[in-house]
Design a binder for this molecule. Structure first.
Ligand code: ZN
Length: 446
């Protein structure tokens, strides 16, 4: 730690924090408390009660932070996590488009910071984006939300027209040691045969089938009791006209299962067990699936640090999270890279032909969505110079800056930028220090 320098013009770290932030904070933060927190004593994170009661104006930022972490209701923290994870992708896949996402200016444009009208979130404009729905924590969150709204629109229209939407889930047997690429290829073959099958088409006819949206998902069971490896699977939102009574739906399910099982065996996947291989859930489950955007990152984020998935199954973003929490988890890193190589270029959500047009939904690519402004009602707060941006990148502060912009406004962004000025030239900060600064600059002033 001897090599650490304080920012230019700031002779002592604790004085810096206190005086620099004084007009914003106003109360509750003495130089001495700042000093020991800046010293990186993470033990205080677990003792929020020691920081005074909420609502007194003296509730330390640590207390609020700790409570927020428990459930992740704070969109700012979720956004900070996304940028931390994006930094992880850069470490694991430095040459990928995602490794370069949100770092470089769009030629001819300035780097802009915008804030949504309700002041809950902020975002950048003028930066090149990767548009990867699979490996980019930032782009995928944005794309997922847009895709979710498309589905909500289509399902509402379907309901208004007297139809229904069922959730059909198809899985295949899998075990530890399966090769993910091979598994995906075999599943693709089984699915192709299944969807062309005459007996399947007969069932779909009886359901009054209109079209479907296929969602491809994958989890991994390395932490489950029976580690059975990669688990890619499909969810279909089936748009159809006839709901069917319970007996009718069981009949449909059994007939679909028989054909699915046959194509799984034919593709070399083995025979799926009835209760695991297929599920035909009604409109409630379909609506639930869409409401929570279960295929996307936001869903994973809102789960926070509770136990994830069934029996400890993990998603690829969990691997990234595990790797960022502990770089010795080389298995997580390797699994994330394997996932990326196998899923690159695959569609996450695919609509059957004509279905989008039927519900008047404009067809937009993931890239187009990733490049769009998040919110038309947003307000431009300000622009960053190239040097300021270099400082931000150097301290991995992209998420922090947005959180400050959303909650503290442009004045506080300026303070943050002033604080990290010189990072690009090698000025370093003690661990945890910048997050303390962010917390002070995002405190509600009213
Ligand atoms: Zn991206």
């Amino acid at each position: 730690m001897d090599s650490l320098r304080t920012p230019p013009g700031l002779d002592q770290t604790h004085h810096v924090s206190a005086s620099f932030l004084s007009d914003q904070v106003g109360t509750g933060i003495s130089a001495s408390t700042t000093e020991h927190r800046v010293a990186g004593d993470r033990g205080h994170r677990d003792a929020p009660a020691a920081r005074g009661a909420p609502g007194t104006g003296e509730a330390g930022p640590l207390g609020r932070y700790t409570r927020q972490r428990a459930t992740f209701p704070d969109t700012g923290l979720a956004q900070i996590s996304r940028y931390v994870l994006l930094g992880g992708v850069r470490q694991l896949l430095p040459d990928s488009r995602t490794g370069k996402c949100m770092r470089f200016r769009v030629p001819g444009q300035a780097i802009q910071v915008w804030r949504t009208q309700h002041k809950k979130s902020a975002f950048y404009a003028g930066l090149q984006v990767c548009g990867s729905v699979w490996v980019c924590p930032v782009c995928s969150a944005k794309i997922s939300e847009r895709r979710r709204l498309e589905l909500v629109q289509a399902m509402a229209a379907q309901k208004a027209a007297g139809g229904t939407v069922s959730l059909l889930t198809l899985t295949t047997p899998h075990q530890r040691g399966d090769d993910l690429a091979e598994l995906l290829e075999q599943q693709g073959k089984a699915l192709e045969g299944f969807l062309r099958d005459r007996a399947v088409k007969k069932v779909l006819d009886e359901m009054g089938y209109i079209g479907q949206v296929k969602a491809l998902e994958v989890t991994h069971g390395r932490n489950s009791n029976h580690n059975n490896g990669w688990h890619p699977h499909f969810h279909f939102l089936m748009f159809h006209q006839k709901v069917g009574d319970p007996a009718q739906r069981v009949d449909w399910t059994v007939r679909l299962y028989n054909r699915w099982a046959a194509y799984c065996v034919k593709a070399g996947l083995g025979m799926p067990i009835y209760i695991y291989g297929i599920k035909l859930d009604d409109g409630t489950q379909a609506a639930n699936y869409v409401a929570k955007g279960m295929w996307g990152l936001d869903h994973e984020m809102t789960k926070g640090h509770t136990k994830r998935g069934k029996e400890g199954s993990e998603t690829p973003f969990d691997f990234l999270r595990a790797y960022m929490a502990d770089h010795r988890d080389t298995q997580a890193a390797a699994l994330f890279v394997e996932f990326r190589n196998c899923f690159k270029g695959k569609q996450q959500l695919s609509w059957s032909r004509g279905l989008k047009a039927r519900f008047l939904i404009t067809d937009k690519s993931d890239d187009q969505i990733a490049e769009e402004h998040q919110n038309e009602l947003a307000v431009l707060l300000g622009m960053l110079t190239a040097d300021q941006w270099r400082d931000v990148l150097k301290v991995d502060g992209r998420g922090q800056l947005l959180d400050i912009a959303a909650k503290g406004g442009w004045d506080n962004v300026q303070k943050y930028l002033h604080f990290i000025d010189g990072a690009r030239d090698g000025v370093q900060f003690q661990p945890g220090m910048l997050d303390e600064v962010r917390q002070l600059l995002t405190r509600e002033t009213a």
